[in-house]
Design a protein around this ligand. Structure first.
Ligand SMILES: Cc1cc2nc3c(=O)[nH]c(=O)nc-3n(C[C@H](O)[C@H](O)[C@H](O)COP(=O)(O)OP(=O)(O)OC[C@H]3O[C@@H](n4cnc5c(N)ncnc54)[C@H](O)[C@@H]3O)c2cc1C
Length: 454
């Protein structure tokens, strides 16, 4: 048995905990069965945002006409987009592995791990244990038991991002953020996209104004079936036929060359056999953690997707910072998820922080609303934007409760509101009192906050 001071399972976000441990002089083991960098670098945020930039480039050519410029969209070398992305990101993952193999105090195990007790795992036949264990083994696509799905060659997001041949048509099961980002990419490239979503709108977790606004935009670009639950999938003439039905029993059948399952993600607690360690899980299989990210077992912590607290790369990175203090520097540090933002990188983008109007209504909280159209601002006009708004939710005393945006570059625009909410003491007036450079897109944020009647 090999014994260490610190064992980190999962080289996604977790790799930073291992590096910090090694830098602090702890004899550290890092276990990763795949590429270092995990989901975000290899099959999540990074590849999806790289291919989306290619989609944006294509759409900019299409939009040139708006600016009285004749531009003809030539051939897009689809395979080259994917090859380049693979090469760039693969290079980063390989470089990271090289550095970690040479890093002092760090032993890298490139194999699958399974728990045998609370602080011991078996990796490639070898037992590895440590005084302190951090579980950062992430999540994977959820593939529910839909009739016939096993009989077709379906893709998950990881496969779709590395598809070397562009499909003529694609049916996407699910309408969450991964589905709409990939839908935007493929439809921009010229693939005929159909999205089937069970809820009444796409991105149903967003504030209602954002999800309804985005659904309308998506419907104008490709086929969208909301309020339809997928019941069966079957092979069809070299492709796939998807059957779905409404609550009232109305049925549809849509066909495509490829089918992408984007119905959520599940934690890797089962494949890591976390239960063998006696670590408590919630009813969806995520590891239960407290405010220090401690699990039910002493000296075992969990972070990132497997703990299911937020499931973003930036929340995992934040948890890493806190956990390095707690675990590496013996300085117990709580996590505080106040003002955790998120963004969806379609065009137009979506971004949000704080509560949605629906959440405030459900909680019976009093609130006032301020809104501003983005195309109605000088920069929105100059850019000839067709869509977009900023929506502010505030308490009657001016406390900022939430802010939700749909529009060009809102993933960047949201951050002034994130800073204000994170400080906890800033109010609507602090945003309206702030001088915003004219005519930035963020003027829309200032005007939306100015629209709040206190
Ligand atoms: C298509 C897509 C787009 C996304 N876009 C965004 C975005 O724009 N912004 C954002 O914030 N988030 C985004 N995310 C989510 C983000 O990628 C994740 O929240 C984040 O990467 C989770 O980090 P993690 O460290 O918890 O898990 P991971 O990065 O998945 O790391 C876990 C690692 O553990 C390894 N592992 C698992 N089990 C074992 C085992 N038994 N033995 C050894 N190793 C094991 C895995 O191989 C993996 O490398 C996206 C996700 C997807 C799928």
């Amino acid at each position: 048995m090999s014994e260490y001071d610190l064992l980190v399972i999962g080289g996604g976000t977790g790799n930073n905990v291992a590096a910090a441990g090694a830098d602090a002089g702890l004899d550290t083991a890092l276990v990763e069965k795949g590429k270092l960098g995990g989901t975000c670098l290899n099959r999540g945020c990074n590849p999806s945002k790289m291919v989306i930039q290619a989609a944006n480039a294509v759409n900019n050519v299409r939009d040139a006409e708006k600016f009285h410029t004749e531009a003809t969209l030539g051939e897009t070398d689809y395979a080259a987009i994917i090859d380049e992305m693979d090469e760039v990101l693969g290079g980063i993952a390989d470089g990271m592995e090289e550095r970690y193999r040479e890093k002092e105090n760090l032993t890298l195990y490139k194999d699958h791990a399974e728990f045998v007790d609370e602080r011991t795992v078996v990796v490639g036949g070898e037992e590895v244990s440590a005084e302190k264990v951090v579980v950062a083994a992430g999540s994977r696509p959820l593939v529910p038991p839909i009739d016939g799905l096993d009989e077709v060659d379906y893709m998950t997001s990881a496969d779709a991002l590395y598809l070397r041949e562009q499909p003529d048509s694609l049916v996407i099961l699910g309408g969450g953020y991964i589905a709409v980002e990939l839908g935007y990419f493929f439809e921009s490239m010229g693939t005929e996209v159909t999205i089937v979503e069970m809820m009444d709108s796409l991105v149903p977790r967003e504030d209602g104004a954002v999800s309804e606004g985005f659904t309308e935009i998506a419907e104008s670009r490709h086929d969208v079936y909301t309020g339809h639950r997928v019941t069966e999938v079957e092979p069809d003439d070299g492709g796939v036929q998807v059957h779905a039905e409404t609550e009232d029993g109305d049925t549809i059948a849509v066909g495509g060359e490829e089918v992408l399952v984007a119905l959520g993600r599940r934690p890797n607690t089962d494949t890591l056999d976390v239960e063998a360690a006696g670590i408590e899980l919630d009813d969806r299989g995520f590891i239960e953690t407290d405010e220090y990210l401690a699990t039910s077992e002493e000296n075992v912590w969990a972070l990132g997707d497997i703990a299911g607290n937020q499931m973003f790369k930036h929340s995992g990175d934040y948890e890493t910072q806190q956990l390095v203090e707690t675990v590496v520097h013996d300085n117990p540090t709580e996590v505080d998820y106040t003002a955790m933002p998120h963004a969806i990188f379609t065009e137009p983008q979506m971004a949000g922080v704080g509560k949605t109007e629906e959440e405030l209504e459900e909680a019976g909280e009093e609130y006032v609303v301020g809104t501003q159209s983005i195309p109605g601002t000088p920069m929105g006009r100059a850019k000839k934007l067709d869509h977009g708004f900023v929506k502010v939710l505030a308490a009657p005393d001016g406390e900022i409760l939430g802010c939700h945006m749909l529009g060009h570059e809102v993933s960047t625009m949201i951050h002034e509101v994130v800073v204000a909410m994170r400080r906890g003491e800033d109010t609507v007036e602090d945003i309206t009192d702030t001088i915003h450079a004219h005519p930035t897109l963020n003027k829309a944020v200032e005007y939306a906050f100015g629209d709040v009647e206190l």
